[in-house]
Unconditional design. Structure first.
Lengths: 438, 251
């Protein structure tokens, strides 16, 4: 029995886990029925915030040793690897060869399996869509022992269910992804300050044609004239420069969980003000950044989730259609008024490119992601309240970040969930699935 | 059989026991530096998976399927690697102590694999390196070899004997500009220790952590290295306990 937890530090469960060392051993592992009919779930790097990666009533298949590269076609930019390889390890190999991940989530410590299971999105959704669009094929192992090749041409139903399928369709033992070519490991970044959603939308429209990547950091502590102020970043891969992978080891670390009072209305407001003012100097400027700084700023702080203390935290990420932007503003107002928001709020605009998975989260609209320190029932009430608004606005919340989604909300957010549940492996489950589906 | 790889670029590292957790972890670090590798292991399927992984990481790799328990093959194998620069000895097995006590053949096998076969290989490797006056050898033994204790003395004996053998070789080879590093890991979380309860958790290291220490030690040409570093202190204390007290303990 080992302790497993997700990034939000809640829950923290002791689980029975298997750690297969070799791909070839996995069919026997899955065929061997677990005790008491317990279900299974693959576990990658545990970078999901909630309980979609945990299975407290069953067993986990820890993929940390199924982390080998299988083949890297340097000419075509096709990479085949085992599910436990992290995105950082992939970048270390592909960047010097002039390739990059087609879609990057906020952390490079997530695994290939995790990126597929959550059909992750990045700062280039308007231009490239989700990670699943770049998965050429995958090999899925079911609890029957069957090993199935899945792609858009073969077993396409299972393929669409597995992308964004939160690991519920079985164990992915290998996957092939298409990479994008780059000329440099540096990014050409432009910075613009903004105040208010209207300015954000204008910047989004302005930059979406010329820049592959756009994102905004939003201040959820500022009120009055500074309400909804933020920093908008638009970037492209630089046309020239070195091809150097990131250094690897981060020096900064949060060595232990900080006391709960560290993060409060005033410290957050203070931090955000400093952050916003520092970026004033960069307003309108163009800079060069290493891809690591642009895509994965938080990876530099090892175990940053400890800032929230041992009580853990909630992260909530939602999307609402563009037409419902008032809903977003009203949610933001409620967060500012509550004083419970934290500094890490990310605002993006999703484009029209269809997501390939049945349970994929990204869809056209405005997407906001932020953390809330766990203040118990006060936080839960605020989140339920926000959830109600999102539902009423025809939006959706992101399972990778979620711990509170109710069955009714799940059914509304994911209209293809009935179709999806037909593909779920009978011997696989998760805490998330049991909560939203039963 | 393929022609010998003597013609292969110098600077190659030979990994003996390439499918072990430590072997894979070190091979990955060396591949990251672009060092050509020769991988040696018994299981061809596993070896193929490791080879594919390292090749994707951007280095040239050659695999040799061999059961290193077969000491008759050692001379021929080492001759094939005569141009290699570095030799890493990782393979081993952890016998069940109780079974080894009850049945000598279990103990004998453990002593053969962990000590005798390694000593045989090292004899050939040492002769090669001494003759050409170059080479770096890294041998993984164990803290278990520092003192005999009731819970694992069969394994401890094999590793202890190997540490002593390496010490003698180090003395001999220093006259020929060849370094031999003995690495003594404490508890490592690998398939070999799957059956051992991982308590206290703080004492258990990952293969990646130990691999890092191994590569650094090789680079610096260190003599004896404990991994992680705190085991040196623990073993200093363990070895300092007088025998009349130690023999009564249940370690």
């Amino acid at each position: 029995m080992t302790r497993y937890r997700s990034w939000g530090y809640l829950p923290d469960v002791e689980q029975q886990a298997h750690v297969p060392q070799w791909r070839e051993d996995t069919p026997a592992l899955l065929r061997h029925a677990p005790q008491h009919g317990a279900t299974r779930l693959a576990f990658g790097a545990g970078r999901s915030y909630g309980d979609s990666c945990l299975n407290s009533q069953g067993e986990l298949i820890d993929t940390r040793s199924l982390a080998r590269f299988i083949h890297f076609d340097r000419q075509q930019g096709l990479l085949c690897a085992e599910p436990g390889v992290t995105l950082a390890q992939i970048l270390a190999v592909i960047v010097p060869a002039g390739w990059f991940l087609p879609v990057s989530p906020g952390t490079s410590h997530a695994t290939l399996g995790g990126a597929i299971a959550n059909d992750v999105h990045g700062k280039n959704h308007h231009r490239d869509g989700t990670f699943g669009r770049f998965v050429r094929s995958l090999q899925l192992l079911r609890s029957s022992g069957e090993l199935l090749d899945c792609s858009r041409e073969q077993n396409d139903g299972l393929f669409a269910a597995t992308i964004g399928g939160l690991g519920l369709t079985g164990l992915v033992v290998q996957a092939t992804i298409q990479l994008i070519p780059i000329a440099s490991s540096e990014m050409d970044v432009q910075v613009r300050l903004f105040r208010g959603l209207d300015e954000f939308l204008a910047l989004s429209a302005q930059f979406k044609a010329e820049c592959r990547y756009t994102v905004a950091w939003l201040d959820c502590a500022a009120s009055g004239p500074e309400f909804a102020r933020g920093v908008f970043l638009a970037a492209n891969h630089a046309a020239d420069g070195p091809l150097e992978a990131a250094a690897g080891h981060s020096r900064l670390a949060v060595p232990f969980s900080l006391p709960k009072w560290t993060l409060n209305r005033w410290s957050v407001a203070a931090f955000n003000t400093v952050y916003f003012n520092r970026h004033r100097l960069l307003d309108g400027k163009r800079l060069r950044q290493h891809y690591q700084t642009f895509f994965y700023p938080l990876d530099a702080i090892h175990q940053w989730n400890r800032i929230y203390g041992s009580g853990g935290f909630y992260q909530y990420q939602f999307v609402v259609p563009l037409a419902a932007r008032d809903a977003l503003e009203s949610i933001l107002t409620r967060i500012v008024d509550s004083g419970m928001g934290s500094f890490l709020a990310v605002l993006k605009q999703f484009g029209d490119i269809d997501s390939p998975g049945m349970l994929s989260f990204p869809r056209p609209g405005l997407c906001l992601a932020l953390d809330f320190a766990n203040r118990g029932s006060r936080t839960e009430r605020l989140l339920q309240d926000i959830d109600d608004t999102v539902m009423a606005a025809g939006g959706a919340a992101y399972p990778a970040k979620d711990r509170l989604m109710r069955a009714e909300a799940f059914a509304r957010y994911f209209p293809r969930q009935e179709e999806f549940s037909a593909w779920v492996d009978p011997h696989f489950s998760s805490d998330f699935w049991r909560r939203v589906h039963g | 059989m393929d022609e010998p790889v003597a013609a292969q670029a110098a600077g190659t590292a030979v990994i003996l026991g390439a499918t072990s957790a430590l072997g894979q972890a070190v091979a990955r670090q060396l591949a990251g530096r672009g060092q050509p590798l020769i991988l040696v292991a018994r299981d061809d399927t596993k070896l193929a998976a490791v080879e594919a992984d390292l090749q994707a990481r951007g280095t040239t790799v050659r695999s040799v399927v061999a059961d290193l328990d077969d000491t008759d093959r050692h001379a021929g194998l080492v001759e094939d690697w005569s141009a290699a620069a570095d030799f890493y000895v990782f393979y081993g097995s952890l016998p069940d102590q109780d079974a080894a006590e009850a049945d000598w053949s279990v103990a004998a096998r453990a002593l053969h694999t962990n000590f005798l076969s390694a000593a045989s290989l090292l004899t050939h490797i040492a002769n090669l390196c001494e003759q050409r006056k170059s080479g770096r050898i890294v041998v993984v033994t164990s803290v278990a070899g520092d003192r005999g204790r009731q819970s694992n003395y069969v394994y401890g004996t094999a590793k202890g004997a190997l540490s002593l053998f390496c010490q003698g070789l180090r003395n001999r080879l220093s006259k020929s500009d060849v370094t031999l590093t003995t690495v003594k890991p404490g508890f490592i979380d690998t398939p070999m220790t799957a059956g051992v309860p991982k308590k206290p958790a703080v004492l258990w290291a990952t293969p990646e952590r130990v691999a890092s220490d191994i590569v650094k030690a090789r680079d610096k040409g260190r003599d004896v290295v404990y991994s992680p570093w705190f085991w040196r202190i623990i073993l200093f204390i363990v070895c300092a306990v007088p025998e009349r007290i130690f023999k009564k303990l249940s370690m």
